[in-house]
Design a protein around this ligand. Sequence first.
Ligand SMILES: Nc1ncnc2c1ncn2[C@@H]1O[C@H](COP(=O)(O)OP(=O)(O)OP(=O)(O)O)[C@@H](O)[C@H]1O
Length: 350
Amino acid sequence: MSSLRESVLAALGGIEVPGGTLLSRDMVRALAVEGGSVRFVIEAPTAEEARMMEPLRRLAQARVEALEGVTAVSVILTAESAAPTLKMGRHPTPQAGPQPVPGVKRILAIGSGKGGVGKSTVSSNLAVALARQGRKVGLLDADIYGPSQPRMMGVSKRPASPDGKTIIPLQAHGVTMMSLGLMVKEDEAVIWRGPMLMGALQQMLGQVAWGELDVLLIDLPPGTGDVQMTLCQRTHVTGALVVSTPQDVALLDARKALNMFERLNTPILGLIENMSSYVCPSCGHEAHIFGHGGVATEAERLGLPFLAELPLDLSVRLAGDAGTPVAAGEGPVADAYAALAARLVADGVA
Ligand SMILES: Nc1ncnc2c1ncn2[C@@H]1O[C@H](COP(=O)(O)OP(=O)(O)OP(=O)(O)O)[C@@H](O)[C@H]1O
């Protein structure tokens, strides 16, 4: 699938427009390749230009349809002015050293070595748990390739940018939040190349009107890439929380994330074990589906705090899918998040 994506990009890169090509002019948006089905948007600078670009849309459609393996193509022509006036994903602007985010007292980065360990789930629930304890909390979904916070926090409105410079964040469950997923459709990927990715993150930190926050949680993409590096180099991160499942493989990956934060001189505040134990709802038996204790042992070995053991519980997924994190309610999982939040507040980091 990724090679079909590359062929599509190559085909679009060959289509000339005044001043360059469709790709070099950054006019292709929301490219999604699923099996043989390809969808993307061509974004013209103005509505007037968009009207004149219909032949070009047809050409782009024909070129992609001609590619081997393509079964369906949908190309939509739109104008930038129809989208928010603020354009995301510009090139980063130079800055002298790390800059604070105005009004934000602390920044916590939430990372994991690999995907699917529950980093986004932990971020949304921790944000809600901190807000319930009276903290002023922001949540930035920097998981640009797989933004899940709009779904987990139950927001889908596109944030406004009345002046084309400032982005007004949204509010959900007492948390001020922003996600690149709110600037693009949930099921569509955007083409973000390295520098654009960094520019987008810089915009999220500098142009979102976060207001006065005790703590801003940043849900990072999995792994160790551009976003992590940009974040730690461009702003003062108070510390990082690393989420892992008890599985060895997740731990090995978690070690990579820990090494990265160390190299970036970002203090590691501790490890969190997610999907720790499973309590059978019918018989009460506790099972350790992904093993047990691995994260605590690793934390001890590294001399890092072991911050929380968060159970594997169907309610966590159901609540996340329904847009109200489980930490907003009552019960053992909400209690576990409340304890984690209280500990971070007591430690002065949240
Ligand atoms: N403790 C838990 N109990 C039950 N389900 C969970 C738990 N933690 C996470 N999940 C579910 O596992 C899936 C993956 O979680 P999540 O998206 O938070 O992981 P992630 O590490 O952020 O992944 P990604 O790499 O996609 O960003 C989701 O469907 C989520 O609802």
